[in-house]
Ligand binder design. Structure first.
Ligand SMILES: [Zn+2]
Length: 603
């Protein structure tokens, strides 16, 4: 019996188990409750209380008073932060920066948090989880109108994220309210320098002329720049003056941002197969000892880290440096930023045979590094607008990362406005970053019915069909692919395209009387239209959905010209910025597409 009781108590404490009975926080526009904050509340506690008050008023029409704990306790209190109230004795140890605990007893509610934004996250989670508020996007925020605001007694909901750093690199996350609602981190203030920093710490235009030996020896020559003339080459990581100069320049930057903990000392980006890393005898010796070019990278990061024992020095395991070194391990204050840019997305990384080499590298890093940030990619990079059925891999990948020691994640999507499902994907990724074991099917269904309303089931069917067909095809889904890759045998086959079109016709019909929602559906449809244009460019006049013959000559079908005009207008109306990262605006894309289609008719 004792054991049974113990199990019951553990369940009650650990899973947010709720006892019978409940609290009526407001009824028909009236409430006897008061918000209590500490007399010396921190800015986050004040904000958390203000946000509670503001959000509560939305559904209840009640403006709750906010008082400090200097006031005599009363029966009905909503206690926010570390107050002197007895019911705030809830255990806050182990909440770290962002964790929180939400508790209710028979009459009061309390929300406390960790050392940074925990209490604010607790407030937002309370409204999301217990009262049904949703922030689907910065412009679509939903809440119920409640005659009675009730919450169960006996809630003991303690949440501490497994990912301490949660960055969703999507335009929506630039919105401060959205970011806080979804418990996301941004680079600042924690990160002083982010990535690809060799060129900033030792700029070739400043040092190369006088000190070519600071830079990589590539094919027998010291080079400051890569062959493209745009990206910088890597540094000679065993040159003692390189270390001293980098330490000096980094120290200057640290003095300007003393609060930043993480400082990137990491290789420059490269688009070529060649890493432009140094092949001088001493760099090569380190790399050979380590069995991988990461040998000199980790040795250098460790030396820099030794000069700044109170900071975390972050370095990349990316492309040429992705394989973990042998015989050397990153210092305790070195963070490894590991990138899975080569991995396919048609299957989870953990089970995809084509990701075997990545898995080996990842698991080896997991054995030697104390701090790993996963740099993951969740969108088709070469065509941000392309249909990209990777949603089923999001959760297994996230679970795999965390199981192998990842505690920080940068989830790279599309930072400029637009791209396929640019509200849905960051929403799901944010939920997974907080809790990789969340019921993702339920989250997906909730988003689709909340954001697309009556069109939701049709879009759900579209997503399911496309994912099913990708899986059936067995074709790889890469981050550098294009719709035509899946045209002949994959999920972009014409007969499937026709079915997708029917689903979107039904979706639009379902919300035809709601202009705002209809626009969201039409935006979700843009990738499908985009894929038709791209396939037509690849196939030329063989693509009879786009081209036809009239009077013995090829021409673009008039309805396609109209479709492109509508596509162009909608892209501009909703301010989509880029079709590929950093370039190609809708105006440029549509002009190029018109020209390409016209050119195809002349071939
Ligand atoms: Zn060297």
């Amino acid at each position: 019996m004792k054991n049974i009781l113990l199990v019951f108590c553990l369940l009650a404490a650990g899973t947010g188990f709720v006892r019978a009975g409940g609290l009526t926080l407001a009824s028909h526009g009236k409430s006897g409750y008061v918000i209590i904050i500490p007399e010396k509340a921190t800015p986050v506690e004040k904000k958390a209380a203000d946000e509670f008050r503001r959000l509560f008023a939305l559904s209840s029409s009640v403006e709750l008073p906010v008082c400090t704990d200097a006031r005599r306790p009363s029966a009905r209190e909503i206690v926010i932060g570390n107050t002197s109230r007895s019911n705030s004795a809830a255990d806050t140890s182990g909440l770290q920066q962002d964790g929180f605990v939400i508790r209710t007893d028979r009459k009061s509610l309390s929300i406390r948090g960790g050392s940074e934004k925990g209490v604010l996250y607790g407030v937002y989670t309370f409204f999301d989880k217990y009262l049904g508020y949703r922030c689907y996007s910065p412009t679509v925020f939903k809440y119920p109108t409640l005659a009675k605001v009730t919450v169960a007694a006996g809630i003991a909901d303690r949440q501490v994220p497994v990912n301490l750093y949660r960055n969703v690199f999507y335009e929506v996350a630039d919105d401060p309210f959205y970011a806080d609602w979804h418990k996301l981190d941004h680079m600042k203030p924690d990160w002083g320098m982010w990535v690809h920093t060799f060129a900033q710490l030792l700029p070739p235009d400043r040092y190369f002329a006088e000190h070519p030996e600071y830079y990589a020896l590539v094919d027998g020559k010291r080079v400051g720049m890569q062959a493209d003339g745009h990206l910088c080459a890597q540094l000679c990581l065993t040159d003692p003056d390189v270390l001293e100069t980098v330490v000096e320049n980094l120290g200057d930057r640290m003095r300007e941002q003393p609060d930043a903990l993480y400082w990137s000392v990491s290789q420059n980006d490269t688009y070529a197969e060649h890493g432009y890393n140094c092949a001088c005898p001493s760099c090569r010796e380190l790399d050979e000892q380590a069995g991988a070019p990461s040998g000199s990278v980790v040795a250098f990061a460790n030396r820099v880290a030794a000069r700044f024992p109170d900071k975390m020095i972050s370095t990349l395991a990316y492309r040429y440096s992705r394989t973990a070194p042998k015989g050397i391990r990153p210092a305790d204050n070195v963070n490894i930023m590991l990138c899975d840019i080569e991995c396919n997305r048609h299957r989870p990384i953990e089970t995809d045979p084509t990701s075997r080499a990545f898995r080996t590298d990842f698991e080896e890093w997991g054995k030697i590094a104390k701090s790993i940030l996963m740099w993951d990619y969740v969108i088709q990079f070469s065509n941000l607008m392309a249909p990209y059925p990777n949603l089923r891999t999001l959760q297994p990948n996230m679970q795999y990362f965390v199981r192998n020691g990842v505690t920080a994640q940068f989830q790279q999507g599309n930072i400029s406005k637009g791209g396929e499902f640019c509200e849905l994907r960051p929403y799901l990724v944010a939920r997974l970053l907080w809790n990789p074991d969340v019921d993702i099917r339920a989250e997906l269904a909730d988003f689709l019915s909340g954001y697309y309303e009556e069109a939701g089931p049709h879009i759900a069917a579209y997503i399911d069909l496309m994912h099913d067909e990708l899986e059936k095809s067995g074709l790889p889904l890469t981050i550098y692919g294009k719709p035509y890759d899946h045209y002949e045998k994959g999920y972009m086959r014409p007969e499937l395209f026709a079915r997708y079109e029917v689903l979107f016709d039904e979706a639009e019909k379902a919300v035809v009387s709601k202009p705002d929602v209809l626009e969201r559906v039409r935006v979700a449809r843009l990738p499908l239209t985009f894929s038709l244009f791209e396939i037509a460019k690849a196939r030329g006049t063989a693509e009879d959905r786009v081209f036809e013959q009239a009077d013995g000559r090829w021409r673009v079908r008039p309805e396609i010209t109209t479709l492109l005009d509508d596509f162009h207008a909608l892209c501009n109306k909703v301010k989509i910025r880029h079709f590929v990262e950093g370039g190609v605006s809708p105006d440029e894309y549509c002009r190029q597409t018109r020209e390409a289609l016209e050119a195809a008719t002349r071939k």
